[in-house]
Design a protein around this ligand. Structure first.
Ligand SMILES: *Cc1c(COP(=O)(O)O)cnc(C)c1O
Length: 370
């Protein structure tokens, strides 16, 4: 079965092999060397002063970032399940927050953020997704972060980049915490999260931090010495090093370019089939299509063509499908999937099959390579 869900993503063979080696102890020079190398490679990809690795899924890093950076009140952007989650974390810790709520296809407006910050001087943190995976929506995070810092230079910007880091180059100039997770663009099994931190965030954490397991001051002190506060997820970090080495071989810029082209080619092919791209500002991590037959299309893909794509959640559970573009792909995987969608549309009596999806996808690919 081809796994084309926007997380988890398939783990490349070389990475699985690296993780198949016998377990090593985490307090050894051998592991510290792996940890150090991984840290340095991560800092390059994040483009930030510091990157911490945590043994948790992505949500743990979201929780850690809020706990360690927000002092008074957060501004939470909610345009989907993951934005909503930031609010739920605040609720769990009785942290005050104001929510900016949008339809799942609509990006956060810079003006709304400006207004919220000018209206409420208690807001000291903004929590937002770079890509809101519920609808494959790209928020204008860099612009929001820039404007927010113009209003209040001490405000902290927490950007959930779980489906953006490793997908595209993110301008981190005004971002204080950039969150990622292992099972999306990093092509690893779930269980490891990462947080890139700015100099301002590091200063705040060193001055005051809270929590125990997710106390970032304790992690920072340890990880600077190439070890972790608690038992490290050694296998995943060994896998991460293998992934980062793999990416480094052809260069991260090539991965960004390939992903962007795969996303664009897919969108063009889907549109040529008469399908509707859901978000107003699509991210490159996935293609999300709104369609009444989404559930039926997914079922045909799974039963007949051996492809697993994701559905939607909540109110778009049966009317959305999402195709992953994150990671390193074999050339045939995406066109195979798009072709299967075209065949499914024929089976549903929607449109006669004529090879349009594959043709348009390939045209886009070849055009870019000329
Ligand atoms: C997957 C994802 C998460 C994290 O979910 P976990 O299940 O905790 O790994 C958070 N934010 C976004 C945008 C995601 O896509």
């Amino acid at each position: 079965m081809l796994l084309l869900t926007p997380g988890p993503t398939p783990v490349p063979e070389a990475v699985r092999l690296a993780m198949g080696e016998p377990t090593i102890h985490h307090r050894t020079p051998e592991f510290e060397e792996i940890f150090e190398e991984t840290r340095e490679l991560l800092k390059k990809i994040f483009g930030m002063d510091e990157v911490l690795m945590l043994a948790s899924s992505g949500t743990g890093a979201m929780e850690a970032s809020i706990l360690n950076l927000c002092e008074k009140k957060a501004l939470v952007v909610n345009a989907g399940k993951f934005g909503e989650r930031f609010g739920k974390i605040c609720d769990a810790y009785n942290i005050a927050y104001k929510e900016l709520k949008y339809n799942w296809d609509t990006p956060c407006s810079v003006e709304d953020v400006k207004k919220a910050l000018n209206d409420d001087k208690d807001i000291d943190t903004i929590c937002i997704q770079v890509c809101e995976s519920a609808g494959g929506l790209r928020h204008p995070v860099e612009e929001i972060a820039k404007v927010a810092k113009e209003i209040n230079k001490d405000i902290k910007i927490i950007a959930d980049g779980i489906t953006a880091v490793g997908v595209e180059k993110i301008n981190t100039t005004n971002i204080d915490a950039l969150i990622s997770g292992s099972q999306k663009a990093f092509m690893l099994p779930p269980g490891l999260s990462m947080i890139g931190l700015s100099r301002d965030a590091l200063a705040k954490i060193e001055k005051s931090s809270t929590g125990y397991y997710f106390n970032l001051a304790i992690e920072l002190k340890n990880q600077k010495k190439n070890t972790t506060a608690w038992t490290a997820p050694t296998t995943l970090i060994i896998g991460l090093k293998a992934v980062l080495k793999m990416i480094e071989k052809d260069g991260i810029e090539k991965l960004y370019a390939d992903t962007a082209l795969r996303a664009k080619s897919s969108r063009e092919a889907l549109k040529a089939l008469g399908l509707k791209i859901f978000p107003k500002t699509p991210a490159n991590s996935m293609s999300a299509v709104l369609d009444d037959d989404a559930a039926k299309i997914r079922k045909i893909l799974k039963d007949k063509y051996g492809v697993n794509i994701a559905g939607g959640q909540e109110h778009v559970k049966t009317t959305l499908f999402r195709i992953n573009h994150m990671g390193i792909f074999e050339g045939y995987e995406t066109p195979w999937t798009l072709n299967a969608i075209e065949l499914a549309l024929d089976e549903l009596g929607r449109r006669k099959y004529d090879g349009t999806a594959n043709r348009v996808f390939c045209e886009q690919q070849y055009k870019a390579k000329q």
